[in-house]
Design a protein around this ligand. Structure first.
Ligand code: TEU
Length: 559
């Protein structure tokens, strides 16, 4: 396998408004990020992915971009950005930006023009359709509830928005739109940024004729992901983008691709580098959906470990030697890893966070750490609707409780507590001072009350912290071709309590074990006692005894 830097890197994701405030307005900003680069160096990560920092009305926290070439003023100025980028490079950190080009904000001047008439220069930049029998052109529902179409009287037409009404979808069939996108990419790449995370990039090519989407019996609208994901021209568009832009720079790319299987990933993330370097697949984070498909992800059931192992193992084995994986437990759209997949009670939180880190960081692929994950930050456990900020959560509550009456209020609040994106968006917990050292003003969003115990300052003062464990995981990867490139084999797949797998490379083998329960188990199915313990989350090794949430990694000679 050819070694390139994206394969050898660990990425740290920063949600800018929640990372570090520097100018006392309660919102994180670029100078705040710059003040924390030493912290990132200490953790040992190689690349930073910044969620969108461009000018935006923030209907969807920056994923609705009004100007791709300017910095949102609450985050700072373009000079601040240039300084941050230079300082990151000084710190040996690469920077990848969020590229959101499936849609723009409705405040973008392209859309402001486009909606005026059917014959202006931007008329065809978006996806406009005539009403059908006085209604929406098809049954598509928005990812954020309600129809995916909004009517504009000036044009007498509907425009498509797979997300909020303030996020109209760009028309990628229009060559001019594609050129605009390539141009804005060059703008950032010419500044020296090191790549892009591409938002919902597998949704850019819509099926010809925009046919109705499959619709679950209780669902008010058709499932737009099933209708649009991995559309007819998406690979062609990405190959064009690769030829025109990506291939001309030494950068990394990761495409966000919900609803994608390993077969499709072979194209997107192929090793010949004709499209992207890797994708974010969603199969593991979409486990334990509601049994009523109309309710999609909204649920509060724990995951089934056997299913989780099947998902990861399929991606690990099917992409091996053909395409490259990204590895993540959580991000700004997902609940906190330790709460969703582990155990966030005071007794087990740190053990579970380290165990999850071990299972993920010993796999083949590029690991992503979401801000605060390295501290074992947890879900916020909100109890009432007024605590939520994210439009996805708030709209889903109204749709399913008030309009469709598919669930009662308390049940939906339980679902939100478990799955809401807001769990990931509370401010970074730096220390135990007021507002966790994130800001000295009123924070734009409340700090998780557990910050007095869970914070970076406490973690840095404790040799046994989740932080230092992550530091070691990252160091091990940097030092080991076996961890980066070894093949993967699932062990004991039917075991409902333990995740066990091996990696193999050049005559050496790793055995990775994780106990996903709060029980002490006897686990003797592998030759672990013969190997050298590389890392573990207890301070001694009791051989076949696996204590609650215990994780161990052994290095053994392969036969
Ligand atoms: O997310 C796309 C996406 O798949 C999510 O909307 C997903 O359906 C949902 O969060 C899962 O519950 C990207 C961004 O990561 C997200 O923050 C944006 O809101 C969205 O695109 C629109 O740009």
């Amino acid at each position: 396998m050819k070694s390139t830097w994206f394969k050898d890197s660990v990425v740290y994701q920063i949600y800018p408004q929640s990372f570090q405030d520097s100018n006392h307005d309660g919102v994180g900003d670029l100078k705040g990020i710059q003040s924390r680069l030493d912290y990132l160096n200490k953790l040992g990560v190689d690349v930073v992915w910044l969620n969108p920092i461009y000018t935006s009305p923030n209907q969807d926290n920056g994923y609705d971009i009004a100007d791709y070439r300017s910095i949102q003023s609450r985050y700072g100025s373009m000079d601040d950005f240039d300084e941050l980028l230079a300082d990151m490079h000084e710190h040996d950190l690469k920077l990848i930006m969020d590229l959101v080009v499936n849609h723009t904000s409705d405040q973008h001047h392209w859309f402001q023009e486009s909606k005026k008439s059917k014959d202006n220069p931007y008329a065809d930049y978006y996806i406009w359709r005539d009403p059908v029998d006085g209604h929406e052109p098809n049954n598509w529902g928005s990812f954020f509830s309600g129809p995916a179409w909004t009517y504009v009287p000036e044009r007498g037409q509907y425009y498509l928005h797979l997300f909020a009404d303030g996020q109209p979808d760009l028309n990628w069939e229009n060559e001019k739109v594609r050129e605009e996108v390539y141009d804005l990419m060059r703008f950032w790449l010419d500044k020296g940024v090191d790549g892009f995370r591409m938002d919902v990039i597998n949704l850019i090519s819509k099926p010809a004729g925009l046919p109705d989407a499959p619709q679950a019996p209780d669902a008010p609208y058709g499932n737009v992901e099933q209708a649009v994901a991995n559309g007819p021209r998406v690979n062609e568009f990405l190959q064009e983008m690769n030829r025109e832009v990506l291939s001309k720079y030494d950068i990394m790319t990761v495409g966000e691709c919900a609803g994608t299987t390993p077969d499709e990933a072979m194209h997107y993330a192929n090793l010949d580098d004709t499209e992207l370097n890797m994708i974010f697949q969603f199969e593991h984070v979409n486990l334990s959906p509601n049994e009523n498909p109309a309710l999609t992800k909204w649920n509060d059931e724990p995951i089934d470990l056997v299913e989780l192992k099947q998902v990861f193992s399929r991606w690990q084995t099917e992409l091996d030697g053909k395409a490259w994986n990204s590895l993540y437990w959580n991000n700004h759209d997902q609940p906190r890893a330790v709460s969703r997949f582990g155990n966030d009670t005071p007794e087990y939180r740190e053990l579970a966070a380290k165990m999850l880190g071990t299972i993920l960081h010993m796999m083949q692929g590029t690991p992503y750490v979401y801000e605060g994950e390295e501290l074992g930050m947890t879900n916020v456990h909100f109890k009432q609707l007024s605590d939520y900020e994210d439009l996805e959560s708030i709209n889903a509550y109204h749709q399913f409780v008030d309009e469709e009456q598919l669930v009662d209020s308390q049940t939906m609040l339980n679902y939100l507590e478990d799955r809401s994106r807001d769990n990931a968006r509370t401010p970074m917990q730096w220390d135990d001072s007021t507002h966790a050292g994130f800001t000295d003003a009123t924070p734009w969003y409340g700090v998780n009350p557990n910050y007095t115990d869970i914070n970076a300052k406490a973690a840095l003062a404790d040799d046994e912290s989740v932080f230092y464990y992550y530091q070691k995981l990252i160091q091990l990867r940097h030092d080991s071709e076996l961890i980066r490139y070894g093949s993967y084999r699932l062990l004991d797949g039917d075991n409902p309590d333990v995740y066990a797998y091996e990696r193999e490379y050049n005559g050496q083998k790793l055995v990775v074990l994780g106990n996903f329960t709060d029980q002490t188990l006897v686990y003797g199915a592998v030759e672990q006692t013969q190997g050298k313990l590389l890392i573990g989350n207890y301070d001694d090794d009791q051989g076949e005894t696996l204590r609650p949430y215990e994780a161990k990694v052994y290095l053994v000679d392969a036969e």
